[in-house]
Design a protein around this ligand. Structure first.
Ligand code: ADE
Length: 225
């Protein structure tokens, strides 16, 4: 899967994609991530990519021309399955959406800043508008990193078997059950006996019950309650 991320702050995105699972996914050639500095498509030599809002009001608006130029240059090279705009007024991201995005091949992610982008960008180029939650970030970059990370970790081959994404919270509509590791007894704090029993069917049953209980307590909305 290929990600082309359009941003006016590429530095912000270098680090999230240079570690751990996401880094390994790139090394295994399962994922390509390309950062594009929007300022390279600025309308003048001062690097201008934003301007005052027509009609007045506080905050700058990202201009259509630099974004058009950047997206058009990318589209001249290959076809894209989605142009995703990161914005607090988009559809709230969830695992189901992440799963759908993970089936795509080439994706552009556009990071907003300031007051957002000229509405015509959304009308002309954007196919999906995604929010990572009901709060406002200073830009779409952290949202783009969250989205890309969530997608990349479920691409087949990215995680090894022991950390299979199929047992993640939300994948079966439930929160994940509690997990424990050694020691079995830490200062009197004991691991539930069932997990030490070696009885795998019983352990799976226990985990399922725990997942349901945890979901009921913390996220009854996931169970439609
Ligand atoms: N940009 C600013 N706030 C955002 C949010 N909550 N989700 C995605 N992009 C954003």
């Amino acid at each position: 899967m290929r990600f082309d991320i359009i941003t006016c702050q590429p530095d912000l995105l270098e680090s999230p994609f240079s570690h751990s699972i996401v880094k390994r996914a790139q090394q295994k050639n399962l994922v390509e991530i390309h950062l594009h500095d929007l300022r390279k498509f600025a309308i003048n030599k001062y690097g201008q990519i934003d301007d005052y809002a027509f009609g007045g009001g506080a905050g700058m608006v990202m201009m259509i021309e630099p974004i058009d130029k950047c997206i058009s240059a990318l589209k001249a090279e290959r076809n894209y399955d989605a142009v995703i705009y990161m914005t607090p007024d988009g559809q709230t991201l969830n695992q189901q959406l992440v799963n759908q995005f993970s089936l795509l091949n080439n994706v552009i992610i556009l990071c907003g800043h300031y007051k957002g982008v000229d509405e015509r960008v959304r009308q002309q180029f954007v196919t999906h508008e995604i929010s990572i939650g009901d709060y406002v970030l200073s830009g779409g970059e952290l949202g783009a990193a969250v989205l890309a990370d969530a997608i990349i970790r479920i691409i087949p081959g990215v995680l090894n078997d022991e950390s299979s994404a199929l047992t993640d919270s939300f994948q079966d509509g439930l929160l994940a059950p509690p997990v424990y590791t050694r020691p079995a007894d830490y200062k009197g704090l004991k691991v539930p006996d069932i997990l030490l029993s070696g009885d795998q069917p019983k352990i799976e049953e226990w985990r399922f019950e725990q997942a349901i209980q945890r979901t009921k307590q913390r996220r009854p909305d996931l169970l439609g309650e």
